[in-house]
Write a protein that binds this ligand. Structure first.
Ligand code: NAD
Ligand code: DAU
Length: 331
C-alpha cells in the first residue's frame, strides 16, 4: 500500500504517520508538507527511513499530480489551523485550505485514488453552554472564524467532487485534539510551555468556553477505521465525550505541574470566540465499532506535560516568537 499523507509533519499528521508505520510496517508512506511554521522535520524523526518526506505545497498541481499518481490512498491533514492566525491574516487559510484541497481533489479525480478528508467540528459553529444537544452529521454548517469558514468550504468541495465526479472520498470532523507534537501556539501546549519557562498561563476571557477534548491517538485510530470500513461519500464525526471548560483545563495543568491552580492571567478574549463544541460520535461507534481508548483526560494530560518537559529541543526555539505574536494581540 502506497499512502500519501499531506500535512504529515504537523501535529495530528505526524502522530498519524507514527501509528501507521507501527500498524502497517509494509506500507510505503510519503508525506507532502510545506514545512510552514507549524510543520517540523523533527516530528517525523521517530519514523526515520520508513517515511519519504517531500517538502512542497498542496496547491502545486504538478507536484500533487505526480505524488497522487503513485499513491493508493491520500489522507489529507495539511491546513492552516490556528483560529487566532486566521483573524490576523486570513489569506494563507484561503489558499491552503480551499485551493489546496481543490488541487488534491482534481488529482484524486484524475487517478481514481481513495481519499480521506480530515476536518473539524468547528464547521458547525458553536452551542450554548446549557444546550442539551451535540453536533451530529445532520447539524447545518455555520462556521464562525475565517479558519472554520475555509474548512467548511473545503468539506463542501469534497462532497461536490463525490457527487459530481464520483471521487472515492470519506470525510471526518473531529473535536479538539491533545497529545505530543502539538504546536505551542495552541491552548494546552502554550500553557504547559509557559509554566516550563516561568510564565503564567493565559486564559482568554473568563474561561467558560468549552472544548470537547480527544487524544490524538484516538482521532487517528478513527481515521484508520474510516479508511478501512467507511462508506464512500459519508461524513463521520469523531469525539470522545471530553467536554471541559478552559478554566478547568488551565487549573488542571497548574495542579499537575505542582503550581497554585489560581496562578494564571485572564487576557483579552478572542473576537467571535466560539462558546462550546460537543460531538455526538454515535454513528462512528455504532456503524464502525470505534471506541476511544484514552478515556482518562487527567492521565493523558499528565503524559502530554511529561512529553513537553522531556522534549524541550522540539519547542523552545519557537517560544519567543509565539509569545511576541500573542503580545501584539493582547493575549
Ligand atoms: P498543524 O497546524 O499542526 O499542522 C498542519 C501541517 O500542514 C503542518 O505540518 C504544515 O507545515 C502543513 N501545511 C500547511 N500549509 C501547507 C501547504 N500549503 N502545503 C503542504 N503542507 C502544508 O495542524 P493539526 O492540528 O495537525 O491539524 C491537521 C488537520 O486536522 C487540519 O486539517 C485540521 O483542520 C484538522 N483538525 C485539527 C484538530 C485539532 O484539534 N488540532 C481537530 C480537528 C480537525
Ligand atoms: O475543534 C477543533 C479545532 O480545535 C481545530 O479545528 C483547530 O485546528 C484547533 O486549533 C482547535 O481550535 P480552538 O480554537 O478550539 O483551539 P485553541 O487551542 O486555539 O484554543 C482552545 C481554547 O482555549 C479556545 O476556547 C481558546 C482558548 N485559549 C487559547 C489559547 C491559545 C485560551 O484561553 N488561552 C490561550 O492562550
Amino acid at each position: 500500500m502506497q499512502i500519501l499523507v499531506t500535512g504529515g509533519a504537523g501535529f495530528i499528521g505526524s502522530n498519524f504517520v507514527h501509528s501507521t508505520v507501527r500498524r502497517y510496517p509494509d506500507a510505503s508512506v510519503t508525506v507532502l508538507d510545506a514545512l510552514t511554521y507549524a510543520g517540523s522535520r523533527s516530528s517525523l524523526s521517530m519514523a526515520g527511513s520508513l517515511v519519504d518526506l517531500v517538502e512542497g505545497d498542496i496547491a502545486d498541481a504538478g507536484l500533487v499530480n505526480r505524488l497522487v499518481c503513485d499513491s493508493d490512498v491520500v489522507v489529507h491533514f495539511a491546513a492552516e489551523t490556528h483560529n487566532d492566525n486566521s483573524l490576523a491574516d486570513p489569506s494563507p487559510f484561503l489558499r491552503t485550505n480551499i485551493i489546496g484541497t481543490y488541487t488534491l481533489l482534481q488529482a484524486v479525480r484524475e487517478h481514481g485514488t481513495r481519499y480521506h478528508h480530515v476536518s473539524t467540528d468547528e464547521v458547525y459553529g458553536d452551542l450554548d453552554l446549557d444546550d442539551p444537544s451535540k453536533f451530529s452529521e445532520h447539524t447545518p454548517y455555520n462556521p464562525s472564524s475565517p479558519y472554520s469558514a475555509t474548512k467548511a468550504a473545503s468539506d463542501m468541495l469534497v462532497r461536490a467532487w463525490v457527487r459530481s465526479f464520483g471521487v472515492r472520498a470519506t470525510l471526518s470532523n473531529c473535536s479538539n485534539n491533545y497529545g505530543p507534537y502539538q504546536h505551542i501556539e495552541k491552548f494546552i501546549p502554550r500553557q504547559i510551555t509557559n509554566i516550563l519557562t516561568g510564565t503564567r498561563p493565559k486564559l482568554y476571557g473568563a474561561g467558560k468556553n468549552v472544548r470537547d477534548w480527544i487524544h490524538v491517538e484516538d482521532h487517528n485510530a478513527a481515521v484508520w477505521r474510516i479508511l478501512e470500513s467507511g462508506e464512500i461519500g459519508r461524513t463521520y464525526l469523531i469525539g470522545a465525550n471530553g467536554e471541559l471548560d478552559n478554566l478547568s483545563v488551565v487549573r488542571m495543568i497548574l495542579e499537575l505541574m505542582d503550581k497554585d491552580p489560581d496562578d494564571f492571567d485572564h487576557v483579552t478574549d478572542r473576537p467571535g470566540h466560539d462558546l462550546r463544541y460537543a460531538i455526538d460520535s454515535s454513528t462512528l461507534r455504532n456503524e464502525l465499532g470505534w471506541r476511544p481508548r484514552y478515556n482518562d483526560f487527567r492521565a493523558g494530560l499528565q503524559a502530554t506535560i511529561d512529553w513537553y518537559r522531556e522534549n524541550p529541543t522540539w519547542w523552545e526555539n519557537d517560544k519567543d516568537a509565539v509569545e511576541s505574536r500573542y503580545q501584539t494581540q493582547g493575549a
